[in-house]
Design a protein around this ligand. Structure first.
Ligand code: 1QQ
Length: 391
């Protein structure tokens, strides 16, 4: 009896990986901005997700069963994100990494919630995103905890800061959320919030906002917008003669702003939810792969996308180890059941990612320990530069 059992066990152990390899790949959706102005941010997410897809498949995928990343461009608006989500959901993905903007998440996430599809937000940092529903989690720490670090760093660089000019894009949910955090951090630090200037993410001319603000002689300017508008605002602040420190929010957190503000990007301070210097094994592995492919240090948005795919892969693997992914095939709704249990597992697990050790609150909010601040250093050529960690 015992011998038979051992033989059977040996057979299962030997055959299961072979069967797993024959099983179709597990599809994970990636819905980020590959076109439009928002692609300045989304391109970095595509790269991070692709690195994760290759890396985890090389290591055997989900217990021998490969994953397939299904990319769907959201472009930069709500309609694009909704379309991408709907397409991926009907293609049978087990979950979706996306969208790029909080502004898009508030429209597209309710569709995933309704369909019962786990979402991991790679870069949705506005207040309220995880609260959209049970299926919505984020791997991108909220501006409320990340952004204040930039103000502290600015005060360390220039203790004489007293008057602050704040700028924000009022047509963007993230920028409107981030500016609230910046404004309360400024007043809580006993600084004078000299002026709050508004703009649109589609604006290219900021001369009236800049003129209004510079009339008040601020020593610190804080910008909450996206990459193209934010980069142009930085450029115009400098062109109009502003010499004080500039903090850029998360929307400016990419080397893709370098072509926009060029040499005038120099010195921008940006809080970070990731550092390529973090010395964990997984981060140094990710950093090496990224550097070999891209010839530069990995940025936050790539690291967050990698970490999001990693969470899907590790949660699926754990689910396979505990109940077995094949067991869902015996239910009346295999994909629906898998999606539901996958979401529960995502929330339950903890993950050693390039962002550090992360886990989730029951709401889907990320629990992350370490935050940083970087400052942009432009090279002599005025075209290339890097993010130097100052905190
Ligand atoms: C958000 C963001 C964006 C600026 C990241 C791409 O943080 O929309 O929430």
């Amino acid at each position: 009896m015992k011998r038979w059992f051992m033989l059977l066990l040996a057979l299962v152990v030997l055959v299961a990986p072979i069967l797993a390899q024959d099983a179709p790949p597990i599809k994970i959706g990636v819905a980020v901005a590959q076109t439009s102005n928002v692609a300045l941010l989304g391109q970095e997410q595509v790269i991070g997700a692709q690195i994760a897809g290759d890396y985890f498949n090389e290591r055997g995928g989900i217990n021998g069963r490969p994953i397939e990343l299904v990319f769907q461009d959201t472009a930069g608006d709500e309609a694009g994100a909704i379309n991408a989500f709907q397409t991926l959901i009907s293609e049978g993905v087990v979950g979706i990494l996306g969208p790029t903007l909080s502004q898009q998440a508030f429209s597209a996430d309710p569709i995933a919630e309704q369909a019962g599809v786990p979402i991991i937000a790679p870069s949705n940092t506005a207040r309220g995103v995880p609260q959209i529903g049970w299926f919505i989690s984020r791997i991108s720490a909220p501006v409320a905890v990340v952004a204040p670090n930039a103000v502290q760093a600015a005060l360390e660089l220039d203790p004489n800061i007293k008057d602050v000019a704040v700028f924000f894009a009022q047509n963007d949910a993230f920028a409107s959320s981030e500016t609230q955090t910046f404004q309360s951090t400024v007043t809580d630090a006993g600084l004078n919030l000299a002026t709050v200037q508004t703009f649109q993410t589609t604006d290219t001319d900021f001369s009236s906002q800049v003129t209004n603000a510079l009339a008040l002689n601020p020593q610190l300017a804080i910008i909450s917008g996206l990459a193209a508008d934010g980069g142009n605002l930085v450029r115009q602040l400098r062109e109009f003669g502003y010499t004080g420190l500039i903090i850029g929010g998360n929307g400016l957190n990419t080397a893709n702003i370098f072509p926009v503000c060029q040499a005038l990007c120099d010195g921008i301070i940006i809080a970070q939810a990731y550092s390529y210097e973090a010395d964990s094994e997984i981060n140094q592995t990710f950093r090496t792969i990224y550097k070999e492919a891209q010839g530069k240090e990995p940025p936050q948005f790539s690291a967050q996308a990698f970490a999001g795919i990693q969470v899907f892969v590790e949660a699926l693997t754990e689910l396979d180890n505990t109940v077995g992914l094949a067991s869902f095939d015996e239910t009346s709704d295999p994909l629906g059941q898998l999606r539901h249990h996958l979401n529960a597992q995502i929330l339950y697990g903890s993950y050693d990612t390039p962002l550090g050790a992360v886990s989730f609150l029951p709401t889907g909010e990320i629990v992350q320990e370490q935050f940083y601040v970087a400052q942009i250093k432009m090279n002599e050529d005025g075209q290339t530069g890097s993010f130097i960690f100052i905190r």
